[in-house]
Design a protein around this ligand. Structure first.
Ligand SMILES: Nc1ncnc2c1ncn2[C@@H]1O[C@H](COP(=O)(O)OP(=O)(O)O)[C@@H](O)[C@H]1O
Ligand SMILES: [Mg+2]
Length: 381
């Protein structure tokens, strides 16, 4: 992957050109002080005035108690002041208003999807600048944008670390994940389409697969094919109804982007996918949509997707794009956002990412049991 490819997928690089077929959005350049605030991983304090003041109605009987309770915090210096980012916050407030009162926030590339658990509404829907700051400050995906956007590029150099950041506010839209699809384009050819949310199986996809496929192909040909500057890229689309497709986002063609029900070696063509597709094509085309991927599975070098027999593929006579979706509930994959919001120690223990933690944990368990049994012995003697 090249730096230029990542830059072309940055929201401000493509939005103007594709305004007509995507969700209305406003882009605010991130000022140095806001960038410093976002990059600072110290205490999470919202900027002053970014959230409407909460007015508590006091119960007159307990009024004195309340005052006493909170007073000691202020005296001991427990209250940390947030930064003053008034100008930026007021621009944000303005943009939110212009976009209808609620927005979906992201930076150049990523949305803070991993942080939705921290928001009061458990969603990325933001109505105040404070809602936006809270999500941005709590997200590892945003940290990735801020610290390592070119991590997987093989031509990265010093000067690439110095580029403009933008806050993107998109008009809030209720999106049904059943109608979201990811499209993979290699050498200017649409080679794969996949359901975007692989944590569920949606019967409506299977029922309408031919129309979904043809609507997405037509949309791509008419709006994107000859207009997006790269030969290789990934594009996310939303198809809420027949003949109605909306562009959601562009992503680099490479490992930083989730390949969902495909694998990257397959998509890059370094594996035997072609032969595999050809093999499916060898059979009667009318049977192809129903065909299980079991055989194809066996051919994939990276065949860790044991559930593949529940993934349907649709290959027509024209062979591409291949359309993959989960045909029944046993094929679902774990949600990639499930681990966020859990204490990091629990995640490390459950995934085995840090074996030393597991050893410490087991040691602690053994110690506890020994202590308990020696207590019992003392009691019984
Ligand atoms: N304007 C919007 N309103 C509500 N939800 C949205 C909006 N735009 C995107 N989403 C949801 O957020 C998800 C991630 O959006 P996206 O822009 O692709 O971020 P990322 O590149 O970080 O994945 C989408 O799959 C969609 O479900
Ligand atoms: Mg994206």
């Amino acid at each position: 992957m090249k730096v230029e490819e990542v830059l072309s997928c940055s929201f401000p690089s493509w939005y103007d050109k594709f305004k007509k077929c995507t969700i209305k959005s406003l882009v605010l350049p991130v000022t140095p002080e806001v960038l410093r605030y976002l990059q600072d991983d110290g205490t999470l304090v919202l900027p002053e005035g970014s959230q409407p003041e909460l007015v508590y109605k006091r119960n007159s009987e307990n009024e004195d108690d309340d005052v006493e309770d909170w007073d000691h915090c202020e005296k001991s210096g427990g209250v940390v002041q947030g930064p003053k980012l008034e100008e930026f916050s007021s621009k944000m407030q303005d943009a939110i208003k212009r976009l209808g009162g609620s927005v979906f926030p992201k930076l150049n590339w990523s949305a803070p999807k991993d942080a939705s658990w921290i928001a009061f509404n458990n969603s990325l829907r933001c109505c105040t600048p404070g809602d936006v700051y809270l999500l941005l400050k709590s997200s590892s995906f945003i940290t990735h944008d801020l610290t390592a956007p070119f991590k997987d590029c093989d031509d990265v150099n010093e000067s690439d670390t110095d580029h403009e950041y933008y806050l993107v506010l998109r008009q809030w839209m209720e999106i049904n994940p059943a109608f979201e699809f990811r499209c993979f384009i290699r050498n200017k050819e649409l080679i794969g389409i996949c359901q975007r949310d692989v944590s569920q199986s949606y019967s409506c996809i299977s029922a309408d697969q031919a129309n979904i496929r043809s609507d997405i192909i037509s949309f791509w040909r008419e709006n994107i094919e000859n207009r997006f500057p790269l030969p290789n890229y990934v594009v996310d689309v939303y198809r809420p109804a027949k003949d109605h497709v909306i562009l959601l986002d562009f992503n680099p063609f490479g490992e930083t982007t989730d390949c969902l029900l495909f694998t990257w070696p397959e998509l890059k063509g370094v594996e035997e996918t072609r032969q595999c597709s050809d093999r499916i094509l060898d059979c009667d085309v009318s049977e192809a949509p129903e065909r299980s991927l079991e055989e194809q599975n066996a051919r994939n070098v990276d065949s860790n997707r044991e559930m593949n027999e529940h993934i349907d593929t649709q290959v027509s006579q024209s062979s591409t794009p291949e359309f993959r979706f989960i045909s029944d509930a046993t094929g679902v994959q774990p949600s990639p956002y499930m681990q966020y919001g859990l204490p990091v120690d629990i995640v490390d223990l459950s995934t085995g990412q840090d074996p030393m933690k597991l050893l410490d944990f087991l040691q602690m368990k053994i110690q506890n049991e020994e202590d308990e049994s020696s207590d019992d012995e003392e009691v019984s003697s």
